[in-house]
Design a binder for this molecule. Sequence first.
Ligand code: IPM
Ligand code: MG
Length: 354
Amino acid sequence: MKIAVISGDGIGPEVTKQALKVLDAVSKKYNFSYEVEEVLMGGTAIDKTGIPLPEETVNVCLNSDAVLLGAVGGVKWDTLPGHLRPEAGLLGLRKALGVFANLRPAILFPQLKSASTLKEEVLGDGLDIMVIRELIGGAYFGEKKRIETEEGTKAWDTMMYSAHEIERISHVAFKAAMKRKNKLTLVDKANVLESSRLWREIVFKIAKEYPEVDLSTMYVDNAAMQLIRNPRQFDLILTENLFGDILSDEASMLTGSLGMLPSASLGEGKRGLYEPIHGSAPDIAGQDKANPVAAILSVAMMLRYSFDMEEAANSIEVAVSKVLDEGYRTLDIHEIETKIVGTEMMGDLIAERI
Ligand code: IPM
Ligand code: MG
């Protein structure tokens, strides 16, 4: 097992360190070995090489079985032109790896119910939603341009999708639905956008191959509202890149903290890119305050999706749950009567419980 590791910027390095600590504990318990190669991307890559995604990084990642990423970005690099920003490195890497399907689970740990901003009665006995976001198409990657005209400056980004791009992610979504509750909601803006109308056409065509799955559609504005009104009506959401970016942040907050949620980005093969959904949080970087759980759970997703090690993946999720049961919390999720621990300590506690 060859794993490329990009610690990245801000809190990236400290949460990634904890994730690797837990991976080490799991490898001892389940008796497997792996190789780690650290590579640069984002702000740290800009500082050392002048560009956010060095070619060597792409090559190492392409030659690995999985890529584990911390976070990239920070105020220091915010004034650079778009193609030189840390985020451009992340988008370039996703594209280079061909990871078109981004799986973002929003699971509410029952121990954290009161950390959610939603009322307990709305949350019922728990939440388990998955957003499948198309990751390498749409407005993020369509033609973008800025021009000077007589009427002033104009700029545009093009939201474009091909039938093929929609087909391949539809299969991922229907297969995922069959492993869950056979329920899939396609979120789009088909009342306005032509690209959304193509999504509907293709997704309904592919749906015929999966008659077990109950497919419905919802406009994105309504979905944003329904997610806070009655999140329990959703099981699996399929949507395009930009809508998925927005809705997955919203879905994550239902669970109480951005700091708890991992993600997996997959392409045609088994190779995946695994990253917490939170950002680089430069305001708390280097202070032992960050929640490493999202990074740690990203390792669980890596074991599950790239290495087919379901039991090892479960052991991480169980260890996280145990530590929460025992009342340990990082600052972002702490409440009265819980014990506040730092990043490092949280990593130790979880690793010890593997
Ligand atoms: C995410 C992030 C990225 C995105 C940024 C950092 C480019 O918000 O992974 O959701 O928009 O995809
Ligand atoms: Mg985002």
